[in-house]
Ligand binder design. Structure first.
Ligand SMILES: [Zn+2]
Length: 106
């Protein structure tokens, strides 16, 4: 999104604007971070970012770290089957016409 390409629709139609003064992230006493809205003018997708590296470092040094863990999938069925990762993106999958070219039969 920050690179000008919409994460949702892949169009190069992203615009950004600094949020209002009353929409900031309080980091600690006397320190707030400005928020930037990134909006896709094609599909309306929105993301918000702090762009100041110094403020991001302050957050990393002062806020509570969130330990990563796997969240249950919202698509989990009623029987509670285990979460499985989504299938790879189409770019990662070899096309059939490519496999024929490079495949060597022993
Ligand atoms: Zn979009």
């Amino acid at each position: 999104m920050k690179n000008g390409i919409c994460r949702n629709c892949r169009k190069q139609s992203v615009f950004r604007k600094k949020a209002d003064q009353d929409y900031t992230i309080p980091i600690r006493s006397f320190s707030v971070a400005a928020v930037y809205h990134f909006v896709c003018a094609n599909c309306g997708y929105i993301e918000n970012y702090i762009l100041d590296d110094g403020k991001l470092r302050q957050i990393a040094n002062n806020w509570e770290y969130v330990l990563p863990y796997d969240e249950p999938s919202p698509y989990e069925d009623d029987e509670g089957s285990a979460w499985t990762p989504p299938p790879p993106e189409p770019d990662d999958v070899r096309r059939e016409d490519e496999t024929d070219e490079h495949e060597q039969i022993p």
